[in-house]
Ligand binder design. Structure first.
Ligand code: UD1
Length: 420
């Protein structure tokens, strides 16, 4: 992780007003970048956010022999006939999404060497479901000195896989490996996230045969080879959702364009319960108010449930509600580090196992807080928008990992925010 040299300084008290547009989803673009490795030649991805994680993934691709050039929000990726089967160990450790290179390189080259992944610290984040699924397809693993080596002595072949939990990454890793496997693979209890459905759409454009993506049973008929393709990345529901909660936090009126409200149904419904007025079109959302949120309960779940990556932002909002709310975190065992920081601002939030009890306070007061991961930094910034005085969110680089133009977007809505 880079040293914490930059912070966001937010002066609270302004109602956000205006319109912004969001770009493609980080959690889709990163996977699409890996997927390019399945087909030699030139791919174009459009609507790609200019964020740190995309830059890191570009370096991962370059290490395995691809070239990756950006022109605005378009990426041109040229994939070689024979990629290097070893992913750069230091980069993989920085970013969990890079574990998808395992199934991909295995399918393309018959071998992969990858470090065990890092990423945000939400407690232990194992990859057993990734490995179990790939083993069912014929992979064999050997872990030595932190480096995982995968081979497929008899090639990869179709299998009937049933996941214990609908893990997004495990479903994607199996999908990426199975499109070039021999025969048919079925993934039961698959993740249904829109970003995964978008990955399947991109793979289909490359010539893959996939049925049921976006449902809990995905069927893949393996093909011999794939061809390069161009793809427009699905809008980022988390980026849109973060600005929507920011608007609600300030009791303002904010419109988000170029998003898909249908991908945020549960989150918007909960914001409505909290007293916000929400209007949607096919590709825009407007949120208005409330002056003070009402308390609500919510529980994070795999899609189409309430997204865990929208949990800290919602807790920030509910910290100033007119009563007590309960949030239950079902996806990660330890996504609670930001709570102590929120309490430093005067919030009254505590945990009991997986439950978060949020007693709404009248007012937050700005102070220096640690934005320890992407969504925590966003949530603390949201809290700062309503707090008395100045909030300093240390760790601006976390925001850079997932939000293109975070400070500029908030400024254009009227926020007083600087990066220092
Ligand atoms: C992806 C998203 C992340 C989001 C998460 C859940 C990316 C780059 N990241 O992460 O932002 O929070 O989906 O929507 O797309 N698990 C296991 N074993 C496994 C795999 C997962 O126990 O082999 C557990 C994890 O520890 C976690 C839960 O399953 O508790 C969900 O993880 P998963 O759905 O795999 O999330 P990611 O794909 O890592």
């Amino acid at each position: 992780m880079a040293p914490r040299t930059e912070s966001l300084h937010v002066v609270g008290g302004t109602r956000l007003e205006g319109e912004i547009a969001v770009l493609g989803a980080k959690n889709a673009a990163l996977k699409h970048m890996v997927a390019t490795l399945l087909a030699p030649g030139t791919h174009h991805l459009t609507n790609v956010p200019r964020i740190l994680d995309v830059e890191i993934m570009g370096k991962v691709l370059e290490h395995v022999g691809a070239t990756c050039e950006r022109d605005g929000t378009t990426l041109e990726i040229v994939v070689p006939e024979v990629p290097n089967p070893e992913a750069p160990l230091d980069l993989v450790r920085q970013m969990r999404a890079s574990i998808l290179i395992l199934g991909t390189l295995l399918a393309r080259t018959g071998e992969a060497r990858v470090a065990l992944p890092g990423g945000d610290d939400f407690g232990s984040r194992p990859i057993d479901l990734h490995l179990g699924g790939l083993e069912d397809l014929g992979a064999v693993f050997d872990l030595q000195h932190g480096v995982l080596r995968a081979t497929a002595p008899d090639g990869l072949h179709g299998a009937d896989i049933f996941l214990e939990f609908p893990s997004v990454g495990a479903t994607e890793n199996i999908l990426l490996a199975s499109v070039l496997s021999e025969g048919t693979t079925t993934i039961g209890n698959a993740a249904r996230e829109p970003e995964l459905a978008d990955l399947a759409a991109y793979l289909t454009a490359m010539g893959a045969e996939i049925e049921g993506a976006g449902t809990s049973t995905i069927r893949v008929h393996g093909v011999d080879e794939l061809r390069p393709a161009d793809h427009h990345v699905v809008p980022d529901r988390l980026e849109a959702g973060t600005y929507i909660v920011a608007g609600a936090m300030t009791g303002g009126r904010v419109t988000i364009r170029d998003c898909i409200p249908a991908h945020l149904r549960m989150e918007l419904s909960k914001l409505g319960d909290a007293g916000a007025t929400i209007t949607t079109g096919d590709d825009w959302v407007t949120i208005e108010g409330p002056d003070r949120p009402e308390p609500i309960d919510f529980a994070t779940l795999p899609f189409p449930g309430y997204h865990t990556d929208m949990h800290p932002q919602m807790v920030a909002l509910l910290s100033v509600a007119s009563g007590t709310s309960i949030a239950t975190e079902n996806v990660y065992a330890a996504r609670f580090r930001y709570i102590g920081e929120l309490n430093r601002m005067g919030a009254d939030v505590h945990t009991d196992g997986q439950h978060i009890i949020i007693r709404g306070v009248e007012e937050l007061s700005g102070c220096e807080v640690d934005g320890c991961d992407i969504r925590a930094a966003a949530a603390l910034t949201i809290a700062g928008l309503r707090a008395d005085g100045t909030t300093i969110v240390v760790g601006a680089q976390h925001v850079d990992r997932g939000y293109d133009g975070f400070v500029d977007n908030l400024r254009s809505l009227g926020a007083t925010i600087d990066r220092i």
